[in-house]
Design a protein. Sequence first.
Length: 680
Amino acid sequence: MTIDRRRFLQVAGGTAAMTALSTSIARAAEIPAARRSGTLRDIEHIVVLMQENRSFDHYFGTLRGVRGFGDPTPVTLPGGKPVWYQSDGTKDVLPFRPDAADLGMRFLQDLDHSWNGGHAAWNNGAYDRWVPAKTATTMAYLTREDIPFHYALADAFTICDAYHCSMMGPTDPNRYYMWTGYTGNDGTGGGPVLGNDEAGYSWTTYPERLEKAGISWKIYQDAGDGLDAKGFWGWTNDAYIGNYGDNSLLYFTQYQNARPGDPLYDRARTGTDAKNGQGLFDILKADVTAGRLPQISWIAAPEAFTEHPNWPANYGAWYIAQVLDALTANPDVWSRTALFITYDENDGFFDHAVPPYPPTSAAQGRSTVDVAGEVYHQAGSGTNVTGPYGLGQRVPMFVVSPWSKGGWLCSEVFDHTSIIRFMERRFGVREPHISAWRRAVCGDLTSAFDFGRTAAAMPALPDTSGYLPPDRDRHADYVPKPPAHPALPRQERGLRPARPLPYDLAADGRASSTGLVIDFAEHGAAAAVFHVTSASHAGGPWTYTVGRGSRLSATWGPGPYDVEVHGPNGFLRRLAGPGGAGPEVTARHEGAGEQIRLVLTNGGEKPVRLTVKDAYGDERPVTYRLRPGGHAVHVASARRRHGWYDLSVTSDHDERFARRLVGHVETGRPSTSDPAIATV
């Protein structure tokens, strides 16, 4: 599909909007995908720009349609409050927008983002120690008003709201996951690496595997004072040149020892010479223009443009816009390119979604998938705490490509190894360092694309020329103060088109005199991690990983129970009751009819009336009278809500009995974001 210049001006809003676009971005809106096979093979160039240290909620908690501050199914903290209410020891601190003008250009303070600090905030899954571990600034967030370019990018292309950094820790280990599939978890080659130690490592990296397979690759960066030990591998005192040390391949001895003529040198240790006047994007743009962009490329920005606090977010917006300008300089190249823009870790900024993680012991959960290499066990007298490597918190991920235009949402669980997996799928070069658990739980990013058809038009992106740094100084930290009267932020209302997902989840309860049994199942095509909390039983939270087509069961002791089960894409089951045999509810998705089928049973000794209510109000409440041993089937349609449902079941026999069932019925077709987001 093509679009002429006049039609583009109409779509973009006329000549005024046209002036807000660089000429190359205007070309991007007009360039159709080079669709030949209608498959992944149509992508010939993969480009990765990994920025620094921002959490998903910090940037996009207020963005329309994503699982942000308007999430209708937040995790409950041990104290009984929703996850937003993070205590500083004396009072609750809620997410807040700092009271400052031009916030996107402010030098917001950097926070603790160490391994120990990240695990302290996570607190064994309780997720209630963010402020003590990170300070109150952890709850600060930005809005569309502050970072309009980032929001427009999400509205123009595809944003992922379940993309996580790979590890609860700092920059380097997360980048090792992106470049090698792990952080030396098995102890070979100098690992495991939990901090920014940069001591020199020797395990095999993914670019080496690409080189061996004959797949072209390159790192685009600025040389700074030199891409060697003398030049600190690109880390300079001048924040506007160099690569901020973010080319983590240079901490591997095989790259350090490489010499000119060696591919590891030529493709990873060369770059622009901004120190002597060369433009930061000259080499990238020249390669694109000449049609020699490699099959796989990574970009590392100078410190000031990485978005790492305290550097302003909108310095990064300017840099991203220049990258887009360079990549669209040759329409033929852009028509065959996929650009991934993400962030290595969350800094110390709060994100409300508890990340999937493997059980650290039999007491904390189970997994049908091998979790080898996913839990760090402290050896000797080390100072690092024991715990799971990840996943870490959610970070932004933009999928920018002719096959991802249209303001789409993708809510499949991903992490940095998903980028390698996308490369694996396209070019057939496998990375053996990626663990079995991570391969099962995290997708390969192909679900974020639509290779069958592509949108022709793209909305205007805001002009970023005003974000060019006004000086070359390092400014003092801006330390915001939380408001005296906190309130939960308002998220933008409205739906967002959503990609189909591979999940078909179930979590059914069975109560008896010996306790509550929950049967977890994943009938879909991907593994799922269930996070379980309880207001009635101590020892949690618990985590259960269920592989595709698998199931497992777990038991909570006898007596009254109140348990919540959270899964991917807003899946929730609340099971509460007095204990002992009584009413039960099982639920199954029926994708063909976009329905959810409930089977209501009475395992007690007295007749009961069970009432099914629809929180959306699309269907009237229905009551079933069940004799002992009786059952009834209730089929609820989710079609009017694009596959989304929120049902509750109560009993006239005991007000303590409750079942709440929330989720999405996948059909294999596109749908929308959760219509309950931002409605409360």
